[in-house]
Write a protein that binds this ligand. Structure first.
Ligand code: HEC
Length: 234
């Protein structure tokens, strides 16, 4: 008899605690609130080419250019080394996950790898492959490919003889004399923004063709070019 009472009591207690243990929110909601965990792997180079006001990160973005969540990439000991970053608490506000560079305001400056994101219960594994995260590649992807190559080399000809396409742009700019500079300025003079004609063209309209409107709405792109030159145009 005593045993029976004890069993009933135990069953009651078990029922009580397991009930307390139960989920209050439906599965989806719990994940949405607490977020997913992402593990991203990449063979990365160029991380140290950025000035300290920028960070190479894995970040989640919603509908704005400002990162909702981010985590720094560990500096690889060897260029091209495989690094892994774990980002947890990625909620359903995040629409894309990117291997990118953000500035001190957390604004996206350059993206090297991007993928759509949806919350999942299990850890999500991503492989970004081989990534050149260097500052010059950042400029190529965000500035030249987006705003310049249409005229400067992507079609059959290059405006002003200047190729700003991938693989050609660096050699066409760094330590090259500008065709349209009356004082024979270099297009890019490493560590010397004042004497780099590229910025005279973009900010002061120094070429015959009007250029000052192109990046006027994105001062952070002009800053990116200046920072690259100041850092030695590597
Ligand atoms: C709509 C076409 C067009 C676009 C877009 C354009 N350019 Fe140009 N660019 C030209 C033309 C045409 C010239 C030659 C003008 C001249 O003879 O002065 C030129 C000349 C230049 C020069 C001077 C070259 C020299 O040796 O003197 C630089 C530097 C330059 N562009 C940079 C850029 C950059 C950087 C971008 C993107 C942010 C860009 N351009 C976008 C048409 C364009």
């Amino acid at each position: 008899m005593k045993k029976k009472i004890l069993t009933i009591l135990l069953l009651f207690l078990w029922g009580f605690t397991s009930c307390d243990d139960g989920k209050i929110y439906p599965e989806d909601n719990v994940n949405g609130a607490e977020g997913s965990t992402l593990k991203i792997t990449a063979q990365i180079s160029g991380v140290t080419s950025w000035p300290s006001s920028y960070s190479v990160v894995v970040a989640g973005f919603g509908d704005s250019d400002y990162a909702i969540i981010s985590k720094g990439i560990p500096t690889p000991q060897i260029e091209g080394e495989t690094v892994s970053v774990v980002l947890s608490g990625v909620t359903d506000k995040v629409e894309t996950v990117e291997l990118c560079v953000i500035n001190s305001l957390r604004k996206r400056i350059a993206t090297f790898y991007k993928t759509d994101f949806e919350v999942q219960a299990d850890t999500i594994y991503m492989n970004a492959g081989v990534v050149d995260a260097g500052i010059f590649n950042g400029i190529q992807q965000t500035v030249f490919n987006g705003y310049c190559t249409n005229c400067h080399g992507a079609s059959t000809s290059a405006a002003g003889g200047l190729y700003l396409t991938e693989g050609k742009s660096y050699a066409a700019l760094v330590n090259k004399e500008a065709v349209s500079s009356p004082d024979g300025k270099l297009l890019v003079k490493p560590s010397d923004v004042e004497n780099s004609f590229l910025l005279d063209v973009l900010q002061e309209g120094a070429s015959k063709h009007y250029h000052t409107d192109i990046l006027s709405g994105s001062p952070e792109k002009i800053d990116l070019l200046k920072n690259w030159i100041e850092g030695g145009a590597i």
